[in-house]
Design a protein around this ligand. Structure first.
Ligand code: SME
Length: 166
């Protein structure tokens, strides 16, 4: 049987998916959509201290829209939790960042982290990164629900427009 916490968690994500679709509807530019997506996630998810995006640009991850403290701007593919999510093209569910070899500490308050790859036309284009000051903040349900949210975000954006300067 589901615990009350588990059913609350599902309710939060069900509502969040609807809100995300509503907030992003009608706009296709990557910057405002990722900015509002990070703001919505920041309001909806409890016990987090950083949420935002890193986008692949010139073969490395470049800081995108986020909510939280100042963050490192460049992350090499294969480095840190974000770079590992890209090189493996897999969600990284890190229950204790201090046990993750090569973890990049942008905010010393962070103790756990989840990183979800973003895709466009079958290729990885960046990641959604969420940090928490609580150890073990994220579980498999969070990872799965965040992958669904990442799909809503990916599909809301016209990624081809991002680096066009006309
Ligand atoms: N911890 C990340 C770096 C980004 S910050 O958390 C915002 C990592 O190890 O890749």
């Amino acid at each position: 049987m589901e615990s009350e916490l588990q059913s609350n968690q599902k309710e939060i994500y069900t509502l969040l998916q609807k809100q995300m679709e509503a907030v992003l509807e009608g706009e296709h530019h990557v910057i405002p959509n990722l900015a509002n997506a990070s703001a919505l996630l920041n309001e909806a998810l409890g016990d987090i201290n950083w949420v935002g995006f890193y986008l692949l640009h010139q073969n490395e991850l470049l800081l995108g829209p986020f909510q939280g403290r100042l963050a490192c701007v460049h992350i090499a593919v294969g480095k840190g939790v974000c770079g590992t999510a890209v090189s493996k093209d897999e969600v990284q569910l890190v229950r204790d960042v201090h046990q993750f070899p090569g973890h990049i500490a942008c905010d010393s308050a962070s103790n756990s982290e989840v990183v979800v790859p973003l895709h466009w036309q079958g290729k990885i284009i960046g990641v959604l990164d969420i940090d928490s000051p609580i150890l073990n903040r994220f579980d498999e349900t969070d990872a799965c629900e965040l992958e669904q949210l990442a799909k809503i975000i990916e599909h809301s954006c016209d990624w081809d427009e991002l680096y066009v300067t006309a």
